[in-house]
Design a protein around this ligand. Structure first.
Ligand SMILES: Cc1ncc(COP(=O)(O)O)c(C=O)c1O
Length: 384
């Protein structure tokens, strides 16, 4: 078994405990859920085992929490996040999504609207709709061979009363790393209409060419308007150790989450200790993993591009967004690939109104699995 995803799928992946592999029939290759097919950093696995062996699974001690705050502060500072107090004021929660849901509740009144650029990570919609807030979908637009934020339409939605923009930097599912200009323009619109930016930066470590700019670092207006949520689950492949943190250069944006106190739930000492450990010692692992993922990306994207679906090379994430709007399969893209190719992708219709002919492919797997999946996709897409 290699540590950085070099060659093998872990032999234990097809178990009922693994949602990605265990939930599909044996003949299906699962390239859907955003887990990587490689084990987490050895230090994290050993650290967790030691924690369990020593029997320290009670309430976490405040010093442990303080160590994590310092590690997160350093990580954010290295990425250029503005306005970090020392010690860092942050709100820990049991995952990125609980914090995102809480942020929507805190900053958008019941019945109010949230702007969601699409395609979007599906829970962005439920974070609003399941909590009696409305979603205004703003499709991203094409410009210079990229999909970009449609700032004019975002501004129009804010002018019509939306209170927040949900941003994902880097972007799941397109893999875009938004530029300073794009983000600053959205922040300027938010400032004009007194709205907030809720920035999910859970993918921040998995970039290829250059680290993504934190949304809050795009401009002074962005710093004043942005509540950022981060977490370790994507970087270290540890979604089973749920934890996230909310932070802002504007204390008043964080205050409603601070007030939630026990109501937010606590991540517990396993996730607290393992995130801290990963930030302190697993950076070489992360670098090696980025290199492995880059190689997978550079292998899979050109191959997909020959199949009649539009696909762009992601600048970050291990996700490829397949746009089949010009392919004869159209709205049956993901369903046909599953039925006839036995490859499970995420159906694009869950990512927003325009996504029906699209699909998301997770390429964080082995060369063998990718080769087989590409061969199957070739058969299905060429036959249609
Ligand atoms: C954009 C985004 N946010 C949040 C999450 C999930 O974070 P968590 O498991 O910490 O709630 C994911 C997982 O894929 C994601 O892609």
């Amino acid at each position: 078994m290699t540590e950085a995803g070099g060659g093998l799928v872990r032999p234990d992946l097809r178990t009922p405990r693994n949602w990605k592999w265990g939930s599909v029939p044996p003949d299906v290759l699962p390239l859907w859920l955003a887990d990587m097919d490689l084990p987490p950093p050895p230090a994290v696995r050993e650290g967790l085992a030691a924690l369990a062996r020593d029997g320290w699974l009670g309430y976490e001690m405040v010093p442990g929490d303080a160590a994590l705050r310092e590690s997160v502060r350093r990580w954010l500072a290295a990425r250029g996040h503005p306005g970090l107090a020392d010690p860092l004021e942050l709100v820990l929660g049991p995952g990125v999504l609980p914090l995102l849901y809480a942020a929507v509740r805190a900053h958008v009144p019941p019945g109010g609207a949230v702007v969601v650029p699409t395609p979007a990570y599906p829970p962005f919609f439920s974070a609003a709709r399941d909590q009696d807030r409305r979603v205004v979908e703003v499709p991203m637009r094409e410009a210079d061979g990229r999909v970009v934020l449609d700032v004019e339409r975002i501004a129009a939605a804010l002018a019509a009363g939306a209170r927040a923009v949900l941003l994902c930097q880097p972007h799941n599912p397109t893999g875009r790393v938004f530029t300073r200009d794009e983000l600053a323009a959205v922040a300027e619109a938010a400032a004009r209409f007194d709205a907030v930016l809720l920035a999910d930066e859970v993918w921040a470590d998995l970039w290829y060419d250059a680290p993504p700019l934190p949304v809050a670092a795009a401009s002074d207006a962005a710093a004043e308007r942005t509540l950022t949520i981060v977490g370790p689950c994507k970087s270290y492949n540890i979604a089973g150790l749920p934890i996230g943190a909310a932070v802002s250069a504007a204390p008043e944006l964080l205050a409603p989450l601070v007030r939630l106190g026990y109501g937010l739930g606590h991540p517990g000492q396993g996730p607290v200790a393992m995130w801290d450990l990963a930030l302190r010692v697993a950076q070489p692992w992360l670098e090696a993993t980025r290199a492995t993922l880059r190689a997978r990306r550079d292998r899979v994207v050109p191959a997909l591009a020959e199949l009649g679906v539009a696909v762009r090379s992601p600048e970050a994430t291990y996700l490829a967004w397949l746009d089949g709007r010009r392919h004869p399969l159209g709205d049956r893209l993901a369903a046909t690939i599953l039925e006839h190719g036995r490859v499970l992708l995420n159906d694009g219709r869950h990512f927003g109104a325009g996504g029906a002919a699209c699909a998301r492919l997770n390429f964080a797997t082995t060369d063998d699995v990718l080769d087989e999946a590409l061969a199957r996709l070739r058969r299905v897409l060429a036959a249609s």
